[in-house]
Design a protein. Structure first.
Length: 95
């Protein structure tokens, strides 16, 4: 994210898409180049949640900064891990 407006756009996209996909946000951290999220939801909905955020944020950046191409992501563009139990949640939150 380039500036505070971009961070605000990302936060809004996370909120809107979590509602749309029925995802509960346990934690989020917006970094300068990526976002960390800990979410609760059904696998298919979580994938759609991430897909929609990526698509919408890419559109925002392309329009704002005049970029003609999409950002390049890894194969999935995100890392997912099943979390089991309170101690695992606490470890993920501390990361």
């Amino acid at each position: 994210m380039r500036d505070s407006h971009d961070v605000g756009v990302m936060i809004n996209l996370i909120a809107l898409n979590s509602w749309k996909h029925g995802i509960q946000i346990l934690a989020d951290c917006e970094m300068s180049t990526h976002v960390h999220l800990i979410v609760v939801g059904v696998q298919d909905e979580a994938s759609g949640f991430v897909r929609d955020i990526r698509k919408q944020y890419t559109w925002h950046v392309n329009v704002k900064y005049g970029r003609p191409k999409h950002f390049r992501f890894g194969e999935k563009g995100f890392f997912e891990l099943d979390i089991h139990g309170n101690s695992h949640i606490q470890t993920a939150l501390s990361y």
